[in-house]
Design a protein around this ligand. Sequence first.
Ligand code: MN
Length: 475
Amino acid sequence: MLEIGKKEFWFVVGSQHLYGEETLGEVIQHAQEMVDSLNASGNLSYPVVLQEELAVSADKITKIMKEANYRDEVAGVITWMHTFSPAKMWIRGTKLLQKPLLHLATQYNESIPWATIDMDFMNLNQAAHGDREYGFINARLNKKNKVVVGYWKDERIQKEISAWMDVAVGYMESFDIKVARFGDNMRNVAVTEGDKVEAQIQFGWTVDYYGIGDLVQYINQVTDEEVDELFEEYRQLYDFDYGDYESEQWESHVKVQARQEIGLRRFLEAGNYNAFTSNFEDLYGMDQLPGLAVQRLMAQGYGFAGEGDWKTAAIDRMMKIMAKNQNTGFMEDYTYEMAAGKEAILQSHMLEVDPSLAANKPKILVSPLSIGDKADPARLVFDGKSGTGVVVSMADFGTNYKLLINEVDAFEPQEAAPKLPVARVMWTPKPSFHEGIKTWIETGGGHHTVLSLNLTVDQIETWANLVNLEYVTIK
Ligand code: MN
């Protein structure tokens, strides 16, 4: 499900006609060598494609940018100024470009060749000169482009480009995010509300409401054979924890979730939805609150959030695209550990914790749920991984959306919790437990978040800049 269409990035080389054809011939040769080497490095998430038409006139630049806009597979443009390239030529094309732009401030040669350097060399290798002229016009146009500075063979630089590529693809794919909401928001909850029209204008998300009956119909059409087949798949993937249940009774509870999983997926596929929300208050005609079913769909790349929280579901889907569905998922702040030196927050949800964050093999557990007034739902239980991560929350402040970004240190829980029937993730916010939480609360950050151990604060800020979204970073 997470699969997205083929993506590539165009490599556009700036120059001008002033230096003569021989120099331009060298420019394109060097650019080809750089592009080949970048693609062969194994450090880039997506391929770079050299535009053999050099950016040497306003007409040519405009043509390249229009073409980049038109082609669905182009997720962004990387520009490089081998020589000086007068920036008035770039105005029209840059204004037209509707895709993420990265200005790679690098040069072909790593060091200055003191023994041989002459004016011909200087005319060819003048990125330092060209970068400033080109950078000025991007700044003046308020292009929100990324600037990466360093030698192109340096692995650190290649990884920086790759991190931006992941954001660019997330940004582009964001326009195809479709959230199906089964039921409305949880009654009386404030932070999960928001202006859906504005979200579509600003971020590209389509958010559609459905009554539970529409979904129940799909679930009821699933056959027993299909359920049995999926149950066998569960047996391969997870440990079964029967607890105090008779095995037959336990299996029947788990199979309710298998039926929900198949029904949910069919419903989402039929409408091209890649994210969804549920609400434990809206379960008419359903036997259990979807738990295991939702967790399985999260693992397949669907964005999700509980209680009708479509904003978090959409962000979840987008961050999963950026992180290639690794170690990224919906989360909720639950309980503090306040003992000095051990301060942390226990993260979980009533059932739906993303198994992409599991440090150990998940087990299926059936347990009563005190809210929702339905049968005991099955869920996957596991401990979360450790690592430095980023936590994101978005809220509607009436006149504008605001994003909260917090860097956190996640760690595997030290002690067993035999009576806790849900997956758990632990983290300590940066810069410290007290300061991090204080700023989060003061700024109005929500209790629903998306955690990623694969993405960085810088990547989330880059996306926020691309969509003109106000953000507060706590780190
Ligand atoms: Mn919740």
